[in-house]
Design a protein around this ligand. Structure first.
Ligand code: FES
Ligand code: FES
Length: 165
């Protein structure tokens, strides 16, 4: 039964209680109820990556993930990574490399890169290409995107080294 009921979600480090149908795709809740418009609707079939979010730190496709699947888990969207004043290193690197053309795919590229770098702080170019192989970019900015992830890895490592006592 997919009737409305109150569910509490942890999104971007805050709890939100909403009255929703548990089988509703997470993407709809994020965009329509929580005003998180970083994740995009591309294919709606789990195939393009435009809707990617992090669930407990792992990249997940919010268009095919029922909201009930993230109960008790931490959801992070693009909005939860950084702010315009203090962007996350991955966001900063994409700006520095001017990796956007239309920008529609970038949410998925950035969130997938974030998950990759959490697991592998110094990926090779091949590892970056492998991690992003199911994220589609129709504008063909793949070269800039790979460079942005390489730069992000460097920035993140420098930040972490600087943060050490
Ligand atoms: S919109 Fe979710 S994978 Fe395409
Ligand atoms: S920049 Fe347009 S789809 Fe990737």
């Amino acid at each position: 039964m997919n009737t409305l009921r109150p569910l509490t979600l942890d999104v971007n480090h805050a709890e939100h209680t909403l009255c929703v149908a548990p089988d509703t795709p997470l993407l709809y809740i994020l965009r329509n109820d929580l005003a998180c418009n970083g994740p995009k609707y591309g294919c709606g079939l789990g195939q393009c990556g435009a809707c990617t979010v992090l669930v407990d730190g792992l990249a997940a496709r919010a268009c095919v993930l029922p909201v009930k699947a993230v109960l008790g888990r931490a959801v992070t969207t693009l909005e939860g990574l950084g702010t315009p004043q203090r962007p996350d290193p991955v966001q900063q690197a994409f700006i520095d490399e001017q990796a956007a053309q239309c920008g529609y795919c970038l949410n998925g590229m950035i969130m997938t890169a974030k998950a990759l770098l959490a697991d592998n702080p110094a990926p090779s170019e091949d590892e970056i290409r492998e991690a992003l192989r199911f994220n589609l970019c129709r504008c063909g900015t793949h070269v800039e995107i790979v460079r942005a992830v390489q730069r992000a890895a460097l920035l993140q490592r420098r930040n972490e080294a600087g943060a050490q006592p």
